[in-house]
Design a protein around this ligand. Structure first.
Ligand code: AP5
Ligand code: MG
Length: 190
């Protein structure tokens, strides 16, 4: 499978659908949020820096994130295709991703944008707070994450449109329907 960038607001299902896509097409998966949470858990220097940003719902600085992304990408087995989940989140990150892949003679592949109404997003994240206790899933931090998404990340949608690789999927109340639409599209991209 070619590379996939999965894009959307907090709680839109980037991680959930990535798992389903990986299971169907056997590819690599980079969730920058998971990478950072694992650094925090292991008490690394990077984890210590990341924690303050994550707890406040803010983005980790671009230079740091771009460096982590390249290292994580290069550590994956080559040739299978990778899903980028949670990266890029700024125009600077998007340009850096495009360049990093071009330097390796790879390309961005396709972008999947998950469009979900905010009421559903909030309900999902508050439910996950109860089930998994993720530190940034409290109402105050969720609101900040939504704000950061609207200000810094959502404008990237247009950037992908201009790159000619944006494909939008809108939540209509059923996971099976959403996943069916995503798979039907990806089956044409192999
Ligand atoms: P990150 O971990 O990427 O969090 P996020 O963008 O806020 O998104 P989530 O992981 O909360 O949601 P998701 O879209 O993956 O949805 P999920 O599938 O889990 O980033 C966390 C932080 O790290 C950022 O705030 C930032 O500080 C930092 N960071 C990360 N990347 C960065 C970058 N590139 N640059 C700078 N900083 C960065 O679904 C949510 C829940 O809904 C799940 O519990 C799921 O089971 C449930 N659910 C229920 N029904 C459905 C359904 N039908 N479809 C999908 N999910 C459903
Ligand atoms: Mg996620």
């Amino acid at each position: 499978m070619k590379n996939i960038i999965i894009f959307g607001a907090p709680g839109s299902g980037k991680g959930t659908y990535s798992d389903d896509i990986v299971a169907r097409y056997d590819m690599g998966h980079i969730s920058t949020g998971d990478v950072l949470r694992s650094e925090i858990k292991n008490g690394t220097e990077l984890g210590k820096i990341a924690q303050g940003y994550i707890d406040n719902g803010q983005l980790i600085p671009d230079e740091l994130m771009i460096d982590i992304l390249a290292k994580t990408y290069d550590a994956l087995p080559a040739g299978k295709g990778v899903i980028f989940d949670g990266f890029p989140r700024t125009i600077t990150q998007a340009e850096a991703l495009k360049k990093m892949l071009a330097d390796r003679k790879h390309d961005m592949g396709v972008m999947l944008e998950l469009i979900v109404d905010e009421e559903t997003l909030l309900a999902r994240l508050l439910n996950r707070a109860k089930e998994q206790g993720r530190a940034d899933d409290n109402e105050e931090t969720i609101k900040k994450r939504f704000e950061v998404y609207h200000k810094q990340t959502a404008p990237l949608s247009k950037w992908f449109e201009q790159e000619g690789i944006r494909n939008a999927f809108t939540w209509k109340g059923s996971k099976e329907t959403m996943l069916g639409e995503i798979f039907a599209f990806l089956d044409t991209q192999k």
